[in-house]
Design a protein around this ligand. Structure first.
Ligand code: LHQ
Length: 259
């Protein structure tokens, strides 16, 4: 796929920037966008990216499911979720690169779920996380019921889902829903700087770090210790580890290749 209809994709200096680009509907997710996001997240590592930055065009990050799709009828909901949303979600979670989501405005419904799939979630001060599903008689989906209570605890997850009250960047950071709140004007410059930093980092160790931490949210201690040991053995065999330790001994900045 060379050109996308619903997203923009740019690969520069090993940073893949993915911009959700349907601003007329606040970047709502239609079938093409679900497919294109999956494609872009699989393509980025294959063509040499070492970090991914995802954001939204215009005043929104993503307003969730396109409520105008199929004339507003949500037909085959289970199939849409399992055959279109789930592959997109796994492509993001399984992407062997650090994924930064820069939440530049409203992130509603599945758009909030999407924002929270970032390994690092940066929220503009004016970002709004809205677990909006109950407003239209639906239940949270696209992993929100898995991640929200793990990230902020059940009382806050319940509050967000049942009242649908928006949570802004300040409160999101205060609750630990995101890594950092950033002033609106600084969001993209800071996000790009962070992505550029990751793109010169020890990519293999960072991939193992995200995989191991995510697995740790579900594993028991015994299994997790085994997984850590396996991941550490893999990282310790990398060229970047040899370079990192050499640089430490020589008191210089390491030059990581991502291998
Ligand atoms: C939209 C949307 C939108 C289309 C704004 N679709 N046009 C997945 C699959 C299968 C089953 C079910 O579940 C799911 C998961 C889901 O995501 S369901 C939940 C879907 N999302 C929502 O319920 C949020 C809907 N949007 C809103 O509540 C508001 O638009 C928010 C709070 C996001 C923003 O409000 P405002 O800032 O006041 O903007 P607005 O409402 O005026 O929207 C601007 C335009 O965007 C407007 O179009 P128009 O032609 O009038 O300018 C909206 O119709 C359009 N838009 N969200 N999801």
């Amino acid at each position: 796929m060379s050109a996308y209809e619903t997203i923009r994709y740019d690969l520069t200096d090993a940073v893949a920037t993915i911009t959700l680009d349907r601003p007329e509907s606040l970047n709502s997710l239609n079938k093409a966008m679900r497919h294109e996001l999956r494609h872009a997240f699989e393509r980025a590592p294959a063509e040499g990216a070492r970090a991914v930055l995802m954001t939204g065009a215009g005043r929104s990050f993503c307003s969730g499911q396109d409520l105008g799709e199929h004339g507003g009828r949500l037909a085959n909901v289970e199939r849409t979720l399992s055959e279109e949303y789930e592959p997109m979600l796994h492509a993001i979670l399984d992407c062997p690169l650090p994924v930064i989501t820069a939440v530049n405005g409203v992130a509603a419904g599945a758009g909030a779920s999407l924002a929270l799939l970032g390994d690092i979630v940066l929220a503009a001060r004016s970002a709004q996380f809205v677990i909006a599903f109950a407003r239209i008689g639906l239940v949270p989906d696209v992993s929100a019921t898995h991640f929200l209570p793990r990230l902020i605890g059940l009382p806050r997850a319940m509050g967000m889902a049942m009242t649908t009250e928006p949570v802004d960047g300040v409160r999101a950071a205060d609750w630990g829903l995101v890594w950092k709140m950033i002033e609106d004007d600084a969001l993209m410059p800071d996000a790009r700087a962070m992505a550029a930093g990751f793109a010169t980092g020890p990519t293999k160790a960072l991939a193992l770090t995200k995989q191991t931490l995510r697995a740790g949210m579900q594993a028991d201690l015994i299994d997790q210790l085994k997984l850590e040991a396996k991941a550490q053995a893999e990282a310790a065999a990398s060229r970047d580890f040899a370079e990192g330790t050499a640089a430490f001994r020589e008191k210089r900045k390491p030059s990581f290749e991502g291998r």
